[in-house]
Design a protein around this ligand. Structure first.
Ligand code: TYC
Length: 120
């Protein structure tokens, strides 16, 4: 298996062929066609100063959540310290973190988020 940004996964597959003379032939195939993209989890972190309304606004505008979903994620972060905002490719996850923290600073809040590799 080759490791990198886009992991290439080697797969074996087997094809059963019924020949004209009724003989069954087994064909082995090695495939290196499956590309698995590395994904990253973006978490929001709790703090004592960012308002609940602002966190809901961030989740709706930057993470495309509905008001109900955003409120539920915000309350989870408030109670447990950390909550999943979304799962993205590396570049998009990094952009989300940048956008959240820039919007927070502009509005005078210390809201932070972190990225964790999603290795399921
Ligand atoms: N704990 C904040 C408050 O009581 C609300 C909050 C929720 C802040 C989620 C950050 O990621 C956060 N105002």
């Amino acid at each position: 298996m080759l490791k990198g940004e886009n992991e290439v996964v080697e797969e074996m597959s087997y094809l059963l062929i019924l020949n004209m003379d009724d003989k069954i032939q087994l064909e082995e195939r090695r495939e290196i066609s499956l590309e698995r993209h590395n994904l990253y989890r973006v978490y929001l972190l709790n703090d004592d100063y960012t308002t609940m309304d602002f966190v809901v606004y961030v989740l709706m505008t930057i993470f495309d959540k509905s008001k109900i979903e955003a409120t539920s994620i915000m309350l989870h972060v408030h109670r447990h310290g950390k909550g999943l905002a979304g799962i993205y490719t590396k570049e998009i996850a990094e952009t989300k973190v940048y956008d959240v923290e820039r919007l927070a600073r502009i509005n005078g809040f210390p809201l932070k988020c972190i990225i964790e590799r999603d290795d399921r």
